[in-house]
Design a protein around this ligand. Structure first.
Ligand code: ADP
Ligand code: MG
Length: 629
């Protein structure tokens, strides 16, 4: 037997657990029970679908159960299950490394601040290693279903671990795992039957498999007038598939406990939606919205949060096909009566039953969210703070639910504080306002100060401020909200809406200057024209209706798109601006050339586009500055 080292990340995690997790040490039990439950789920599935395992039932595979055995005198507790078990290789890879991408993400986000980090850790669940909060030694004895050998993994959670084969008579005679905990000082409070019962009821009551506790139970003996201890085994959990129980039987606490048991989250969920469908398709869904967005929400290798069951048999988790990608933050279960047990991941994608369940589930989730938005706006804003952006992704991919999603998304606005909905913005429209307007960009303050807003401010028209990086791509494909046009203020035609017909045509007056600027800028611009949308700024960049904006082009380039068609921005000039009036005096003046470039470059900068040639820009600026001082 030789010592093996933990993977570096495991060491990091163990350090953290020991140093900053003491606020909730009791969750070690929830984590171990949930692992046992997973192991039982996996084995049950195999015995139902695979002849080889079917044949082993009763001969190496025992009925599913979880046992807690407490030895108060020696301060040890064992958590055993009759589940799938682990062989030598499994023990090394599952209990010596961190394979889960979520955990790696988590470690990457650690700040070193113990309080912050322990909050973070609460959101994601620490799994098996949490046992070292309460133990100074842990032994895991396991036999994998279908195999003969038993192995023992031993560790103090500090210096690595040992693995040895458990020989002959000491070996397990059936598949499963036994985790033996030697409590440390902190953990000795759990060497108490009453306390353990309480913890199981709190976190694991709705684990589907029976959990038995064996301990020395004190009972009052009336005859002898003293309390005597008897070794007893009793079931401590309700052991029902909680989602199958009628809603009327379930309390909020039941829902919260179940949520925590399947996610490992410490916080209560924001809301949950429990649905039983009876009709052509029979299924039950129970969906939860976590209070905090999952850490891997924006990772390409995120984990799906919905577990699939068929007739209460666990089939798979982390499938990305059970809900559309934009709803990847939803946690919970789908339990179908109509799918075959041996449904594979590949089949899932084209399975009609599942497609129908999925479509109905999305509708259900969105309509429930809409109801919350109406009935409990404060709570809804908590939801939006975490999930506004994924909903926007839905606009891009989920055409069928576009209108509902548009209703659910919230926006910053040039007119009101906080967040607003399109419906509310529609209510606030001016009598002569022709469309709902928005502006996209990278920072809210830049948007608030954009020259493009000047005319709207002047006319008292609201503009929605979209500062998520995906907004431009998403919203450029959406033309309407109901019967109202949605328009980007950066598009050239949008200003037509605002034209004041009674105003004299200034374009004619500044034509010579416009021509001079166009001649100076040459191919850098498509067109130079007089603007009707500016009040305080001399110039602004706009793009044509069917063209990507300057910033969008820049993003497309950054993403590696090379063969973008040559597109030139259009420069608009404010005929009323003082600088422009001065330039008009003598358009042959050589200063006009510097001015033309500066007007163009500053408009690009305000649009959020970095200059191609900052050196020349600075030289020009200094030249003009020098002359003015
Ligand atoms: P998670 O449960 O999220 O995968 P854990 O740290 O809790 O992470 O467990 C790590 C892995 O160890 C599990 O994925 C599983 O493969 C294995 N494991 C832990 N406990 C058991 C058990 N009782 N029976 C079988 N395998 C187990
Ligand atoms: Mg686990």
């Amino acid at each position: 037997m030789s010592k093996q080292q933990f993977q570096t990340e495991v060491n990091q995690l163990l350090q953290l657990i020991v140093h900053s997790l003491y606020s909730h040490p009791e969750i070690f039990l929830r984590e171990l029970i949930s692992n046992s439950s997973d192991a039982l789920d996996k084995l049950r599935y195999l015995t139902l679908t695979d002849e080889k395992y079917k044949a082993l039932v009763g001969k190496g595979i025992e009925p599913p159960r979880i046992d807690l055995e407490l030895d108060e005198a020696n301060k040890t507790l064992s958590v055993s299950d009759t589940g799938i078990g682990m062989n030598e290789e499994d023990l090394v890879s599952h209990l010596g490394t961190i394979a889960r991408s979520g955990t790696k993400n988590f470690l990457a986000q650690l700040s070193g601040d113990a309080r912050k980090d322990s909050n973070l850790i609460g959101q994601f669940g620490v799994g098996f290693y949490s046992v070292f909060m309460v133990a100074d030694k842990v032994e895991v004895v396991s036999r994998k279903a279908g195999e003969e050998k038993t192995f023992k993994w031993t560790s103090d959670g500090k210096t690595g671990f040992d693995i040895e084969e458990v020989p002959g008579a000491d070996a397990r005679d059936s598949a499963g795992t036994r985790v033996l905990i030697h409590f440390n000082d902190e953990g000795s409070q759990y060497a108490n039957g009453w306390r353990l019962t309480e913890i199981v009821k709190k976190y694991s009551n709705h684990i589907e498999f029976p959990i038995f506790l064996t301990h020395d139970k004190s009972e009052w003996n009336a005859e002898k007038k003293e309390s005597i201890k008897t070794r007893t085994t009793e079931q401590v959990n309700a052991a029902s598939a909680m989602w199958q129980r009628p809603k009327s039987d379930l309390k909020d606490d039941d829902y919260k406990e179940f949520y925590k048991s399947i996610t490992g989250d410490w916080e209560d969920p924001l809301f949950w939606f429990h649905t039983r469908a009876e009709g052509t398709l029979e299924y039950t869904t129970l969906f939860y919205i976590p209070a905090k967005a999952p850490l891997d929400l924006y990772q390409a290798d995120y984990k799906g949060g919905v577990k699939l069951y068929v007739k209460r048999v666990f089939i798979m988790d982390d499938s990305k096909d059970l809900l559309p990608q934009y709803l990847r933050f939803v946690r919970g279960i789908i339990d179908s009566e109509d799918l075959p047990l041996n449904v594979s991941r590949e089949i899932l994608q084209q399975n009609k039953v599942l497609t129908n369940i999925k479509t109905a589930s999305v509708k259900k989730i969105l309509s429930e969210l809409k109801a919350i938005a109406t009935n409990d706006p404060g709570k809804y804003l908590q939801f939006i703070a975490e999930y506004n952006r994924p909903l926007k992704e839905g606009l891009y991919g989920d055409f069928a639910n576009r209108e509902t999603l548009l209703d659910l998304i919230r926006f910053k606005s040039s007119k009101v504080d906080g967040l607003t909905s399109l419906a509310e913005a529609k209510e606030r429209m001016q009598p002569d306002q022709k469309a709902l307007y928005y502006i996209t960009g990278t920072s809210e303050s830049m948007l608030r100060n954009s020259p493009l807003l000047e005319i709207y401010k002047k006319k008292g028209i609201e503009v929605l401020l979209l500062d998520d990086d995906i907004d431009e791509i998403v919203f450029s494909s959406i033309a309407k909200f109901g019967d109202i046009d949605l328009k980007a203020v950066s598009k050239s035609a949008t200003s037509e809406d605002l034209k004041d017909d009674s105003a004299p045509d200034k374009a004619e007056e500044i034509k010579p200057l416009l021509e001079k600027i166009k001649a100076t800028l040459g191919d850098a611009v498509k067109e130079v024209r007089a603007s009707s949308r500016l009040a305080d700024s001399p110039s602004v960049i706009v793009s044509d209706e069917d063209e990507p904006s300057a910033r969008m082009r820049q993003m497309m380039q950054a993403m590696g798109q090379k063969d973008l068609p040559e597109l030139k921005p259009t420069l608009e000039i404010n005929p009323d601006h003082e600088i422009i009036r001065k330039l008009l005096v003598d358009t042959r003046n050589t200063k006009v050339e510097d001015a033309a470039w500066l007007l163009f470059d500053q408009a690009l900068l305000l649009e959020g586009v970095p200059l191609e040639d900052p050196t020349t820009f600075v030289q020009r600026l200094n030249r003009v500055l020098n002359e003015s001082i």
